[in-house]
Design a protein around this ligand. Structure first.
Ligand code: ZN
Length: 291
């Protein structure tokens, strides 16, 4: 969609009980921008991923509330394109911030993707399986660590919609950047979604709704397995460093995404190391010989 046609700063009704407001923060990592969802069409609503703290976006969310009370501001995780508007929106409306845990990293490593929001202060953290109820809606938190360790998805029980944050998106694979990003956890969280049969549609924080969620997740699991084999073949061929694997593996991909791709390759290597399939020696990786 051409930038001039993107629906920035307007609330669009996209599904029963679901409206979407697109924030004007497009980038190679955010696609057309962060999508803030409003859930509920009765006396009160919940907001999922309030997005960046930009005045235009905040005003659009507040306008979309109309006469309804804002019951909860929910964040899937605390990357800077997701949670910074929580505090100003809470100050404007008096609504509590409820959802993912805060995350403070001692050493967050080189950040190839959006950095973390250090100012996120939830009033209440939702544990896996805990629900929030409003007028005609129930949102249940689903712990889905991997993209970040504090990532939650939210299931709208009444309709089968799942708000997937950055865990599963239709337009791109999710960046998994160690040390907080964890490929082993990410794959387990993908399998977790695959095994849920009640989800009929995904609403990711970036990009279009996913109407064939199980097919997409199955494809993503296959994609990760083929990346893993590709990495093993690179090492086998003597290409043993992440910085030289990326140009070989991501030929034809926008070079601005290569640093992030390097983080995902490293995440795969750490996962393979845990499974005793590769060994690290400084910046070099080698295969563990089959016994
Ligand atoms: Zn993110």
């Amino acid at each position: 969609m051409a930038p001039s046609e993107r629906p920035y700063a307007v609330a669009e009704a996209i599904a029963p009980k679901v409206r979407r407001v697109l924030a004007r923060n497009p980038s190679p990592f955010t696609y057309t921008g962060t999508q803030t969802y409003l859930v509920g069409d009765g006396r009160d609503v919940a907001v999922i991923d309030p997005g960046p703290a930009e005045a235009e976006h905040l005003e659009a969310i507040v306008a979309a509330l109309g006469a309804a009370r804002l019951a909860a501001i929910c964040c899937t995780h605390t990357h800077r394109d997701h949670s910074p508007a929580a505090a100003p929106l809470a100050a404007r409306t008096g609504a509590p911030v409820i959802g993912c845990a805060p995350l403070t990293l001692e050493d967050d490593g080189p950040r190839a993707d959006a950095a973390f929001d250090p100012d996120y202060r939830p009033d209440r953290v939702l544990a896996d399986g805990e629900s929030l109820r409003g007028d005609g809606w129930t949102l249940t938190a689903l712990a889905t660590p991997g993209h970040t360790s504090n990532h939650l998805c939210f299931a709208l029980e009444e309709t089968g919609a799942l708000f997937t944050g950055d865990h599963v998106m239709g337009w791109s694979t999710s960046v998994v950047s160690p040390p907080d990003g964890d490929m082993s956890a990410y794959l387990e969280s993908l399998i977790r979604l695959y095994e849920r049969k009640q989800d009929t549609i995904y609403f990711p924080a970036h990009g279009p709704a996913v109407e064939n969620p199980h097919q997409l997740v199955r494809g993503m699991l296959g994609h990760r397995r083929s990346r893993e084999r590709q990495i093993q073949r690179q090492i086998e061929a003597g290409n043993t460093r992440v910085e030289t694997m990326v140009p070989a593996m991501y030929k034809g991909v926008d070079e601005r995404l290569w640093p992030a791709a390097g983080r995902s390759v490293l995440a795969h290597l750490i996962d393979l190391e845990r499974r005793a399939l590769v060994l690290r020696a400084g910046e070099e990786w080698r295969l563990v010989a089959a016994s």
